[in-house]
Design a protein around this ligand. Structure first.
Ligand SMILES: NC(=O)c1ccc[n+]([C@@H]2O[C@H](COP(=O)([O-])OP(=O)(O)OC[C@H]3O[C@@H](n4cnc5c(N)ncnc54)[C@H](O)[C@@H]3O)[C@@H](O)[C@H]2O)c1
Length: 438
């Protein structure tokens, strides 16, 4: 991608209706992006089917959900879940009896990890085992799914998978320094990427975040062929991240969270969609704005780009409803603080030399730096402190709004998608929200 390709107009087409099937490829969490699409699928009357990543037993073996877990997950999704564990990544896989990558990392310490080396031949064997396990399980999922999608109907596959951080103690401490550390506690993301530990994590990100989309497209080839032969259509979407245009001054400018360690995997995800598209398969990665979810809460400061959405709501023709969002947000702040004051602080942050330096699309994903950490995490702390209650934040409201806006944009654009990779920036999200609440 040399330039971002933004969606600028609200899409209006919808090919999905009752009897069509929506498949969520990933689990559904309360604040997760997938809720936006699920809401639209439900509104259209589609049959909703989900998968599970499975759970680990006390020996770290992957197992399906218990009857009780399954019932909770199905109630949450509002649909049937195919109970075959689809945990991606290979951090806990290995040839029979051999050490897993997680075992290989177990002896690393905060003192040693930058010099500790891994046996890459063995890592590759573990990767092969993990990929085979995932693909074998996927084949079972697809066999079950095949019987659930009638001839002539349309199918919408929504990929949400992202992750791949191995569960080792040392990484928790490192992550706390890279994503939350300031001053003496700061650690550069480059140190991680240059280490064997970092290289292993990036490989696992590739598997979970990007390759699973490829496996999904390949694994559903028979279903796709059958549906297309019977006048049905098949679509694939995935959630990307590659920065977002937000209002800085009166202009929408591209900006990003740094260091976005999954950046390479997200670009790989884009390439998966591009190569499927070149073969005539309608697969689209939607690069979405920064919001606060279970997965993003570790990145302190990622939420700073959300606040200017309030300005976008007004700029994009927002009336009484947009005003009411300002008021609701104002009420979360302590006396003496206002949204106007908060937005001025965000504006100053965005106009700083440090922030400008990081608005370099071609150089993405850039390494973090002490200056950026001090400014970004510092600003994030100051803004959190402006609130009455740290558990009721303006970004809770704005995250929910972005999620709500992406739902119909992705759902309708996917009926007749313009490109394999599209950016949903604050302008189109604000337009969509204003249209929904007019
Ligand atoms: N939160 C953001 O700011 C943001 C921005 C742009 C894109 N996204 C993307 O949106 C998607 C959904 O993320 P979210 O932020 O809504 O959080 P989320 O925590 O709700 O979703 C994460 C998803 O990843 C799946 N997952 C995690 N580890 C997995 C593994 N090892 N194997 C298989 N699946 C695994 C989970 O089941 C879940 O479906 C992700 O692709 C994410 O990268 C998020």
């Amino acid at each position: 991608m040399k330039q971002p390709v933004p969606l600028r107009k609200i899409p209006q087409t919808n090919i999905f209706r009752k009897g069509d099937v929506f498949v969520l490829f990933g689990e559904l969490f309360g604040r997760g992006y997938a809720n936006g699409l699920i809401n639209e699928a439900r509104k259209a009357g589609m049959t909703i089917i989900g998968i599970t990543v499975g759970r680990r037993d006390e020996n770290n073996a992957l197992r399906p959900l218990t009857a009780e877990e399954l019932a909770v997950a199905e109630a949450n999704l509002g649909g049937h879940i195919i109970n075959v564990p689809l945990m991606a990544g290979f951090d806990l896989d290995a040839p029979e009896g051999a050490a897993t990558p997680t075992d290989m990392l177990a002896d690393m310490t905060l003192k040693s990890w930058q010099d500790d080396k891994l046996d890459w031949t063995h890592v590759e064997k573990c990767r092969e085992v993990g990929v085979k396990r995932f693909k074998d399980s996927l084949a079972r999922v697809m066999a079950e799914l095949d019987g659930m999608i009638p001839d002539g109907s349309n199918a919408f596959f929504a990929h949400t998978m992202a992750g791949g951080i191995p569960k080792v103690k040392v990484f928790l401490a490192i992550a706390n320094r890279i994503y939350k550390g300031r001053g003496e506690r700061f650690l550069s993301s480059r140190a991680l990427l240059d280490s064997d530990l970092g290289k292993l994590i990036l490989k696992n990100f590739d598997e979970v975040t990007a390759n699973t989309f490829q496996y999904l497209i390949e694994g559903s080839a028979a279903i796709r062929a059958r549906l297309e032969k019977s006048a049905g259509q098949v679509r694939y979407t995935a959630y990307g991240y590659h920065g977002t245009e937000i209002l800085i001054g009166d202009q929408y400018l591209w900006q990003t969270y740094s260091n976005y360690t999954q950046g390479q995997a997200k670009m790989r995800l884009e390439r998966v969609a591009e190569s499927a598209w070149a073969q005539g398969i309608k697969a689209t990665v939607y690069n979405c704005p920064e919001i606060r979810t279970n997965s993003s809460d570790i990145f302190v400061g990622v939420e700073l780009s959300l606040f200017p959405l309030l300005k976008a709501l007004k700029k994009e023709g927002g009336g009484a409803w947009a005003e009411s969002q300002w008021r609701v947000c104002d009420e979360l702040l302590q006396e003496g603080n206002t949204i106007a004051k908060l937005l001025q602080q965000i504006e100053d942050y965005n106009l700083s030399g440090v922030s400008k330096h990081y608005r370099d699309f071609a150089a993405w994903p850039m390494d973090n730096s002490l200056e950026l950490a001090d400014l970004m995490i510092g600003t994030s702390d100051e803004i959190t402190q402006m609130h009455k209650d740290r558990k009721a934040l303006v970004t809770d409201i704005l995250s929910a709004l972005v999620l709500e806006g992406t739902g119909p944009l992705m759902f309708h654009e996917t009926s007749n998608p313009a490109a394999p990779v599209l950016w949903l920036n604050h302008d189109i999200i604000a337009k969509q929200l204003n249209a929904m609440h007019a």
